[in-house]
Design a binder for this molecule. Sequence first.
Ligand code: ADP
Length: 443
Amino acid sequence: MDRWIALRGHLDRVPGGAWLAAALAAAAFVLAFRLSATAAGLILLAAMIGLWAFREARRFVIAPTEDERAGRSRLGELAPLLEALPDPALLVDAERRIAGSNAVARKHLDFEARGQFLTSILRHPDVLEAVQTAIFEGATLAVEYETKVGVERHTRCTVAPVNWGDKPAALLVFHDQTARISTERMRADFLANASHELRTPLASLTLLIETIAGPARDNREERERFLGMMKTQAERMRRLIDDLLSLSRIELDEHIPPSDRADLAAVARETVDLLDGVARERGVRLELKLGEVPVRVVGERFQLAQVVQNLVDNAIKYTPPNGVVVLDVAAAGDREETVARAGRRWEEAGRVSLLTPGPAANRSYAYVRVEDGGPGIDRRFLPRLGERFFRVEREMGNEKGGTGLGLAIVKHIVNRHRGGLMVESQPGRGSAFAAYVELAEER
Ligand code: ADP
């Protein structure tokens, strides 16, 4: 069908004189054939050479048809309007040819000239049908479709009928919906996960209440034991809700980098003071390695304290009694130097960068590295640390009761600070997390 339309398009362009010449040549050929076959052959040869010359000439001089001339001047008026649209836009005529487009459309749909058929750049049947409907029934339609060239993209295409000269045509405008759809999916996943995490301690609480009210009603000892278990579950719910609120607050202003200044060394000192009691209770010693001078960074003190606390909290949790947790704070240098000094210390360790800041000229960083004497983390789980609700123990089937949000909070805060986060871990030796943020300029 498209080919036939294309052929008709070509035939329409052949000037009237050429048709007359062709008819005369045919008549001459018939006449000559009757007189002499040689003459007829010569005439045929001349006609073929003529045709070839005509084809060659057409390459250079193609007289536009009346329609095309009018179309071009209309396009002159339309082009600035199409270019003004922020989204890709195409004007498709009644023959389904692209009569006009803007630069964004040519870039996104990857084509150059106008005049080709819509089907040569877009084959989605729903869109083609909507174009047909717009042109022949004058209806506006919106079509959503997915494409997958490497990454999955979601597009919404609005197809509206317009008049192009005295013929009907369709205006296609494409809106990229990928970001919206992936945000929606993430929100739905997050809600499902959060509800699931809250439901587990809630189910335990309900069961314990039923037990206390029923079989354990008259047994004081049992009652005390179950009340203790209820407290643990309630505590777990509180921690989850605190972490969830914390995470949502951080995400709210994640796009606004902090402008305050903070002393990373002081933050580490305060964290050690705060968690020393908890560590002692577990038989773990906290060791702080830092110089005398303050380590001034661009950052919000409260959020940086949250980063260090979460890392030290985990380190204490995973270090066995008599073990040591080492906190090391220092100013390093540019990104590569910081990564080398803070995150590559154990030769045989598996290591992953959980967050890397974009390259920035003249930017220096300071780091805090928290090293524990715990069991270490299996290499294959390292890239997943910092994912919300991810817990190695759950993957291994021995749940420990953490929220799985601590490292996600760390990651989001460091991201807000346009910094980086690394982990290196060696089973049997321990794990080390290093966060680095921009060093404040000396004044
Ligand atoms: P939580 O500790 O509350 O479960 P996190 O987000 O802080 O949540 O940590 C996620 C998971 O990463 C933990 O459940 C644990 O499996 C693993 N992890 C974090 N820190 C360490 C560490 N220092 N040593 C071993 N595993 C760790």
